[in-house]
Design a protein. Structure first.
Length: 100
């Protein structure tokens, strides 16, 4: 991080972070946290990622695979994959839909 910079952790993190307190003090850096941020902050983050060509690793899944994806996220997800539910494809699976 640059001098006088701030990093804001959004959302919950289960594992503690390690950082050098002296590095933060020497560079006048700070760390903060927020559950969701806000629309303005989220847009700034999206714009920054677009500018620097930073894109998430996504894997499309069907709704029937939600439990599998949850197990992956609760276990180990070292690659930081984001699971996105394909609603259209999920609705095509008649076995998954509730019976009337």
């Amino acid at each position: 991080m640059k001098k006088n910079a701030k990093i804001c952790q959004l959302g919950g993190v289960l594992a503690p972070h390690e950082f050098s307190n002296f590095q933060l003090m020497a560079n006048r850096q700070s760390i903060c946290g927020s559950l969701i941020g806000g629309i303005k902050d989220t847009q700034e983050c999206v714009d920054l990622c677009f500018k620097h060509k930073i894109y998430p690793d996504c894997k499309m899944i069907e709704a029937k695979d939600i439990q599998w994806a949850w197990d992956q996220l609760n276990g180990s997800n070292p690659d930081g994959v984001r699971y996105v539910i394909d609603i259209k494809k999920s609705l095509e699976n008649k076995d998954f839909l509730p019976k009337e």
